[in-house]
Unconditional design. Structure first.
Lengths: 168, 168
């Protein structure tokens, strides 16, 4: 389920990219500066859109790298335009695409470092289930809600993406 | 990972219960009707808090029941008070607590029905990874953000709960 989690992060980042593109088109159509979205917050003590996207992508790349024992690329966190944020999401997807199922062989026994608690770590299964996945969806959902509050025409399908259905 | 997902839903519903209790205390302290929160929306075309909590709990119980081939309890969706919503979260946790690891033996091969697409189903692994988990966190995050927008003193820790750390 480790590889599947990374594949799912990749899928959702694809959805997020499409959501950001929708926001860009919305702004262009209405004739306002699309970069105005970057500073929007759901409430004054929450991070603005730019930081939500930074954390969502950081969580995705840190999870893949941490589990597979690889290095994640460092981003400079200096995006000032929506186009740069779209590019960041795209780069993160490309990074995730480089992982294969066997990068995660034996990962159950691995410890994963948590930046906010130096000297401490989490067991890989706990890290994925209790930290990486909730945190990733937290920031993607918040970004989605921000943009929806900002007038972009979004629905649940934009968030979930296509679901592979089969006959009953 | 099926059983672990249900255990994680149970944990997060515990966090959600504590968040709703905080909202109740906040309202009591400020001297306004805590039930005012139920109708709050992040934006006019999103569901209000009451529906966010209903869908989060529905997703949790439908996932556990659908995967294990059991029946989920039906709720009447008629909550009008914050106390009733807290009770709904609590009942859902109790329902999830009844599942054991071996309820999910062989579930990989199971098909799970999706209410919104009659006659269709999803393979259990796709259902959990691509629909149940994202949908669950979507609604819990939205409820959290709504309450935070409503002035309740919340942080990421309320959302994630305690994380089991070990030494590096």
């Amino acid at each position: 389920m480790y590889f599947e989690t990374i594949q799912q992060f990749q899928k959702v980042l694809g959805n997020l990219e499409a959501i950001l593109v929708k926001a860009k088109h919305h702004a262009d159509r209405r004739g306002f500066d699309a970069n105005n979205f970057l500073g929007m917050r759901l409430t004054p003590d929450m991070f603005p859109l730019v930081r939500q996207i930074q954390i969502a992508t950081d969580t995705a790349k840190a999870t893949a790298a941490g589990l597979a024992g690889k290095e994640a690329p460092l981003y400079e966190d200096n995006e000032t335009t929506l186009t740069q944020l779209i590019e960041r999401v795209r780069s993160t997807r490309a990074f995730l695409q480089g992982f294969k199922a066997n990068d995660f062989a034996g990962v159950e026994a691995r410890k994963v470092k948590v930046p906010s608690t130096p000297g401490k770590a989490m067991r890989a299964p706990d890290y994925v289930m209790q930290r990486a996945v909730p945190n990733f969806y937290f920031h993607v959902t918040t970004a989605y809600a921000l943009l929806r509050q900002g007038g972009v025409d979004l629905g649940k399908k934009d968030f979930l993406g296509d679901l592979p259905m089969i006959d009953l």
